[in-house]
Design a protein around this ligand. Sequence first.
Ligand code: SF4
Length: 204
Amino acid sequence: MANNFIYQFSGSVYFNLTNRCPNNCSFCIRHIKNGVSGSELWLEHEPTIEELMRALEGMDLSSFKEAVFCGFGEPMCRLDLILAVSPYLKERGLAVRVNTNGLGDLINKKRTAPLLKECVDEVSVSLNAPSKEEYAFVCRSVYGDEAYYAMLNFTKDCVAEGISTVMSVVDVIGEEKIERCRALAKSLGAKFRVRVEIKKDTEY
Ligand code: SF4
């Protein structure tokens, strides 16, 4: 299979580093699609740093403004790759964003915001729900109740480290929950974004 750990979407270059994820969100795109924008994103194997660097060295990145770590899985499962490749992407003039479920500290068993601060411009955390119970219902994490608090703490940590931090929800949760999430994001010092739910027939 061709390299599908780098793909293009919406004018940015995206990195699909892993298909692993400790959550099993009810709205996860992986339940209904095999990829994004014509790119099949189930990996045959996770890329090594060398494979990723080799692929990047042969690429013209001049038409992209932003590099995004966001794949068919949780990118913070490959913190090693994010930390290794981001400085190179920045050297090549790209802003770097990580789209994450916010569970990187649990996955890597350490505080990760201070590490990201060195090489990432923006972190986008999936908030998904305004309470522990609602989050558990939607995200079905292997970490149980711990997941919600870890996601909030990671967000706070990113804000404290001075990283531009966004929390996002999917519009399907409804206005009342969206407003509670907006207030929660604000209380943590994060920006807030509402994403459109991707359905089976959504062009994506
Ligand atoms: S955190 Fe992201 S990749 Fe993981 S199950 Fe949820 S939507 Fe899918």
